[in-house]
Design a protein around this ligand. Structure first.
Ligand code: NAD
Ligand code: WQD
Length: 345
């Protein structure tokens, strides 16, 4: 049985679909601070399989222990965490407390129950301003904000944990920019309030929620002056976790992997690709640079291909089409639907 922390969230719900489709049994722990149970009801609808769900905060060690006592957990995919960069600058203690303490508690309970296989959601943000692109896993690390520092600190803590007990098997996955949604249009990204990230903002312009996109800077040294990122389809990303799970099950060690496509697209290239995929015009205005942004960032994903046998398959058109299908079919995200009734306390 696989424990997915943060499994009701955007990436976690897609991972649950892939795990269930591969025949794994899944238990999810999530405090629903940034998600709704409706996501897991739809995972059930898509797969015909049931998830054991616990509305538990990772910081609550006794409740978390009870989950491990109730189920024979073989491995953990740890996604639970807060992820808004801007909020982390304003509320650093909230981020350090939630992301670091949540991880400590989880690792302590894992040790107590002798569960030693762990996959952790890290981020390309740990590379800070990259010295060069594409970025290899061996590049220097320097996070530029409290959110990024929680990822960097957790990576270091997990490596120390492995050094202290080499029966652990830990894979750290550094995601580049996950976008898109399940091709069914039933699960997807459901940001609370004004979206911080590019694709959800574009899709909300497309449904008329906002009148125009603000493009943060067109004076970067990039193809058209706008920021360049390595956008990756969330379903490809989810499949990478299944591959990493096979790896941690077979091997011990501590490894880091980039999960990206290896290709960079600019903000305006994404706008135009989205317009083509959706048939909607996306009005935009060029604004000043967003503080903390970098010009360009894309991965060298060859280590994941060589060691995990994983490679992203979907292109920018799939990402835009699926993001649009999700947004068009669910203009209010999960909010308008009845809640998922299958739940433990
Ligand atoms: P998300 O907010 O949709 O999912 C995170 C989930 O964790 C949410 O359901 C939230 O309710 C839950 N959670 C938070 N704190 C918790 C706690 N203390 N106890 C229990 N549950 C808790 O975010 P996502 O986009 O699915 O991201 C998942 C992971 O991937 C995060 O760790 C994030 O930092 C990382 N990541 C995301 C991106 C991205 O662009 N989305 C990029 C790189 C890394
Ligand atoms: C992409 C590009 C913006 C919004 C963030 C986190 C990172 C990771 C992924 C978690 C940039 C531009 C954006 C808008 C815009 N998350 N943009 N108008 O900043 O690369 O990465 O999400 O780990 O840690 O920092 O992604 O989607 O916010 O921005 O012009 O309304 O789009 O300036 O060039 P980013 P993003």
């Amino acid at each position: 049985m696989i424990l997915v922390t943060g499994g009701a969230g955007y990436i976690g719900s897609h991972i649950c679909v892939e795990l269930l489709n591969q025949g794994y049994e899944v238990v999810v722990v999530d405090n629903l601070s940034n998600s709704q149970l409706e996501s897991l009801r739809r995972v059930h609808e898509l797969t015909g399989k049931t998830i054991e769900f616990y509305e538990v905060d990772l910081l609550h060690s006794e409740k978390l222990s009870q989950v491990f006592a109730n189920h024979p957990i073989d491995a953990v995919i740890h996604l639970a965490g807060l992820k808004a960069v801007g909020e982390s600058v304003k509320m650093p203690l909230k981020y350090y407390s939630n992301n670091l303490t949540g991880t400590f508690t989880l690792c302590e309970v894992m040790k107590e129950f002798n569960v030693k296989k762990l996959i952790f959601s890290s981020s390309a943000t740990v590379y800070g301003t990259p010295e060069r692109n594409p970025i290899e896993e061996s590049a220097s690390l320097q996070a530029a904000n409290p959110y990024g520092r929680t990822k960097l600190m957790i990576e270091e803590i997990l490596e120390d944990l492995y050094i202290s007990d080499q029966s652990f098997s830990i894979s750290v996955l550094r995601y580049f920019n996950p976008i898109g949604a399940h091709p069914s249009g039933r699960i997807g990204e459901n940001p609370k309030g004004i979206p911080n990230n590019l694709m959800p903002y574009i899709t909300q312009v497309a449904i008329g929620e906002y009148s125009e996109l603000q493009v943060f800077g067109n004076d970067y040294p990039t193809i058209d002056g706008t920021g360049v990122r390595d956008f990756i389809h969330v379903v490809d990303l989810a499949k990478g976790h299944v591959k990493a799970l096979e790896y941690v099950t077979a091997e011990t060690g501590y490894e880091t992997y980039n999960l990206g496509t290896g290709e960079g697209y600019s903000v305006l290239q994404i706008v135009h690709a989205f317009e083509k995929a959706s048939g909607r015009k996306i009005p935009y205005k060029i604004k000043g640079r967003r503080s903390g942004d970098i010009a360009e960032c894309f991965s060298d994903p060859s280590k994941a291909e060589a060691k995990l046998g994983w490679k992203a398959e979907k292109g920018i058109n799939d990402m835009c089409e699926d993001a649009w299908k999700w947004q068009r079919n669910n203009p209010n995200g999960y909010s308008s639907e009845r809640s998922y009734s299958y739940s433990h306390d």
